[in-house]
Design a protein around this ligand. Structure first.
Ligand SMILES: C[C@@H](O)[C@H](N)C(=O)O
Ligand SMILES: C[C@@H](O)[C@H](N)C(=O)O
Lengths: 160, 160
């Protein structure tokens, strides 16, 4: 495992927005990210897991803290049009990423990352993966602890 | 927008599993992906959006169709230990990705991708993004239509 992980990245000044109870039908996400794009708000992570009853689902996205209030206000204006239930947001968020190669073929990296955070009682609020990276959003207060613990667990020097 | 997108990728033989109503506390995800890692099941996307009431949340992951029944059985065995509500799965899934550079600074790419799929009435069941890629899971039947429409919209030749 150790040689496959090349580094740990984190970004502290993040915020997250979750649009709760969206109808799960074509056009909904296009409208939300259309509005954000018109306001030139840079969104980092967009995460939607599968809806269960194929009726409603939630979409979470992360962005810079300074864009949070603009994003929340613009999406709140869509409440009637999109008929979502609620809008929640949090500006005390950090993004932590484990970066490596061929993550897909290494099921043990996710397990190791999640176990390290679990041992430190750090709750993962959002999870998103790609071939080269596993990213989680956690409470910002735990960012240093998370980064240090992950460096140790993956046998990286603090400077990686 | 066009010059920032370098290609469209898709993978048809996918399946997805959603673990519904998991307690949102440290250790839960570690246990699920620990079990999958022990069985040497390669997971592709892992997606969890934020829980709303900080009590329960869902985790969706995608994997090769041939690993689906092994994964479902092993997680079903964790139902009492993890106290989740339900386990749903679907083997008629394709993953479609728009690949580009510096996606984070291009809010218009997500909007464009989502609008193209919306126009073709293709529902996005799962969404996950990274700096270089936006990936969605859709019903496998629509894979060709999605890929072709996205090629057209981003001004790519069919061979990109
Ligand atoms: C919820 C939202 O993503 C919807 N499924 C869509 O395709 O727009
Ligand atoms: C739901 C699950 O991801 C939980 N939040 C954890 O940290 O394990």
């Amino acid at each position: 495992e150790k040689q496959k992980v090349s580094g740990i990245a984190y970004s502290a000044e993040e915020a997250k927005v979750t649009v709760v109870g969206l109808p799960d039908k074509p056009g909904i996400a296009a409208r939300i990210f259309g509005v954000l794009s018109e306001l030139n708000i840079n969104v980092d992570m967009i995460v939607q897991s599968a809806s269960v009853n194929l009726q409603k689902t939630d979409i979470t996205f992360s962005l810079a803290r300074l864009d949070l209030s603009k994003a929340v206000m613009s999406i709140a204006n869509l409440k009637d049009e999109l008929a979502f239930e609620r809008l929640v947001h949090d500006d005390n968020i950090a993004k932590i990423s484990v970066i490596g190669t061929a993550m897909r073929t290494q099921p043990g990296i996710a397990k190791c990352m999640f176990e390290v955070l679990s041992e430190k009682k750090i709750n993962m609020q959002v999870i998103s993966t790609s071939e080269i990276k596993i990213s989680v959003l956690i409470q910002a207060d735990y960012a240093e602890l998370a980064v240090r613990s992950l460096h140790d667990a993956f046998g990286l020097d603090a400077s990686d």
